[in-house]
Design a protein around this ligand. Structure first.
Ligand code: SF4
Length: 344
């Protein structure tokens, strides 16, 4: 996880779980029912990073409810999203439970338990109204606050706003939902977008995708209202592109995580550039790339690895769009936030 200043309150590690200790609803009944229905003997549990510490207690509770011959195991793999299912565990268990994210793709095999935040959202929305210009506003939030989406909409309507919402694309489960790699739900016909949630990168991506809109951030976790400002972030990205312009040898990363693979993009780069080398890996970390003798890397996996953790890699790490700029195929001003639109 990045330690740089951009990642404070980053929802990839569901930081809100740590700030607001609570009893989550792990929906154990649903899991027990599936075990009986499937005559299961192996149950696999996958938690996102911020909730892993709760794993043993959930396992204990399940063991008490399940027959003795059922083995309950936890995934030790890193997990940052519904794109990041432990497929090894999935294949070797009869019931596989993914906690903390809404489904990216429905499957009979997987039980998704979303774990919504219990944080009140209306006080910070009330404070954010000062920043909204005019009477029309688009409303978006992250999966963690989705349980309060209707409450948010009704409040805004009650204040006289015309609220615009939409469900982006297949990568998203809910109307108004955004991911760190997908802001399609904000493609609405309003000059303002109100983003309700924590983290800095979601609204930054949103602001870069929609530079013509006023993106207001109401963060109910840290209790602050801000306006998305992309300048500092853009400087960081232009810096990386400039440093990569002289690169001769490129490492092109294809991520093997089930919902992060962009094969066509990776393959195209390697097809067109004899000095580009395809590297396949699941977790993309600075340590794992250090021993490769490359001048720069292109990451076709999770866009947030490039933007959040980019500065920690020993060589410039670019998004596919930034690569095109660095090698001279696209102009400098075509720099955009990297987004991801498929499932798997
Ligand atoms: S690929 Fe998208 S959904 Fe998956 S961890 Fe990255 S930002 Fe989140």
């Amino acid at each position: 996880m990045s330690q740089n200043e951009f990642s404070k309150g980053d929802l990839r590690n569901t930081g809100m779980a740590l700030k607001h200790d609570r009893e989550w609803d792990y929906e154990l009944d649903r899991i027990v029912e599936a075990v009986h229905e499937r005559d299961a003997t192996k149950v696999g549990l996958q938690f996102p990073e911020g909730l892993k510490r709760r794993g043993p207690k959930v396992t204990d509770d399940l063991r008490e409810l399940l027959p003795e011959d059922v083995t309950v195991m936890m995934s030790g793999q890193p997990c940052y999203g519904a794109c990041d299912l432990d497929t090894y565990m999935m294949r070797r268990t009869d019931v596989f439970v993914h906690f903390g994210h809404s489904p990216m793709k429905e499957s009979e095999k997987i039980i998704y338990v979303p774990l919504f935040s219990n944080v009140e959202v209306l006080p910070i929305i009330e404070e954010s109204l000062e920043e909204i210009e005019g009477e029309e506003v688009g409303l978006v939030t992250t999966a963690q606050h989705m349980n309060r989406f209707e409450e948010m909409r009704e409040y805004l309507e009650g204040q006289g706003y015309e609220v615009h919402t939409r469900k982006g694309d297949d990568r998203l489960t809910h109307e108004g939902q955004v991911l760190g790699c997908n802001y399609a739900s904000a493609d609405i016909d309003a000059d303002n977008v109100l983003y309700v949630g924590g983290g800095k990168f979601h609204p930054l991506g949103l602001a870069m995708e929609h530079p013509e809109k006023n993106v207001v951030i109401a963060d109910p976790v840290n209790n602050v209202v801000t306006i998305a400002d992309t300048e500092k972030f853009m400087k960081q990205r232009y810096g990386a592109v400039h440093r990569a312009m002289d690169a001769e040898k490129w490492g092109v990363i294809f991520c093997t995580k089930i919902g992060q693979g962009r094969w066509d993009q990776a393959e195209q780069i390697v097809d067109e550039n004899d000095d580009a080398y395809l590297i396949t890996m699941d977790e993309v970390t600075p340590d794992r790339l250090r021993n490769f003798d490359m001048d720069a890397f292109v990451n076709t996996g999770c866009p947030r690895i490039t933007t959040d953790d980019g500065p920690q890699f020993h060589k410039p790490m670019l998004t596919p769009g930034e690569y095109e700029i660095a090698v001279g195929n696209e102009p400098l001003d075509s720099l955009e936030f990297d987004t991801f639109h498929g499932t798997w």
